[in-house]
Write a protein that binds this ligand. Sequence first.
Ligand SMILES: *Cc1c(COP(=O)(O)O)cnc(C)c1O
Length: 407
Amino acid sequence: MHKHHRALGLAKAPSVGIANAAEIAKLRPVQPVTLLRPHAARRAARYFVEKFPGRSLYAVKANPSPELLQLLWAEGVTHYDVASLGEVRLVAETLPESTLCFMHPVKAEEAIAEAYFKHGVKTFSLDAMDELDKIMSATRGATDLNLLVRIRVSSDHSKLSLATKFGAEPSELTRLLFATRQAADAMGICFHVGSQAMNPAAYSEAMGRVRDAIVDAAITVDIVDVGGGFPSSYPGMEPPPLEAYFDVIHRTFEALPISYSAELWCEPGRALCAEYASVLVRVEKRRGDELYINDGAYGALFDAAHIAWRYPVALVREPASDVRSMPFSFYGPTCDDLDHMVGPFELPGDVRAGDYIEIGMLGAYGCAMRTQFNGFTVGENVIVEDEPMTSLYGAVATETRSNVVKL
Ligand SMILES: *Cc1c(COP(=O)(O)O)cnc(C)c1O
């Protein structure tokens, strides 16, 4: 962090960070600058730890930065959903006391073996008999495993489907649950309703599938894991409050025919870290309603390019523009036509080359997906103290926020 601040031209790394995007824009950074808001990640973690009626695992793929992992840990997130050997090693090294759960249903045998024998991972998910055999063989018939069977549920309420790739075949499910029950110390059922689930009903419908599976197999279940999918707020995608999701999950969990000692888990990724980061980009060229900016599809804007995800944007200029806003699309810095973010992104009509724009809510599946394609790399990370551009955790008055940006 210290080194980064110096590189930006800030004499000393302030221990509490600098206030906001406008101050950074004054330094006229050439590379995109990542604005980190530790207070926003802490607030999200506290919310889940205090209000989710069970255990919250952080899904590391949404943003694996070690600083973020440490923030979440400090707020009481003790369990981490990892999906690759790289994530297992990273979290084991960053948070040696944490509990890792290897929740990718298709793993390499070598990865399972290293996770179990070297890093003490005891929790694995699976969605087929082959994977169960693989886990038992890689762990040499371990008897202390928590095994969660991933069932297939609908992604109808979600913006990003996760319904086709994973999930046990319905025709095989009873047999698989039975065999897993035999092999596991603790047995669970897990699912994922898809990312950015816009309706809490996604979880009640999925819980209906869990109930059917338990009844059909007539087995006892020790863990029900409702996965991720908890939404964040984006333009045109303002979800109901998270409490509505927690209520539905709590109610449907309580109604399941499982023992009173069964545990409820969830695996939020996006909801814990979307508000953690935004990116300050520079406009290098304007062509009509198209802005050529210095970050894009191969940087933090993969989803904006590939699935037309919309992020909140704000012009960071002093004095603030009073020109009426209009819709823009963005081109990223590479030479690739695909490096195009259709938006629309609403910005004042007088945006021009040399302006800085803050793009919000890039803490989840934004910063994590950067590449160095075409020689464009990311610039500094700077801690800021102002509020994220939108928030699901209250306390964010949009007015306060725009005052900050306009100064
Ligand atoms: C990606 C993923 C998550 C996190 O999903 P979000 O939509 O970001 O909450 C949780 N669990 C599993 C198994 C995943 O693959």
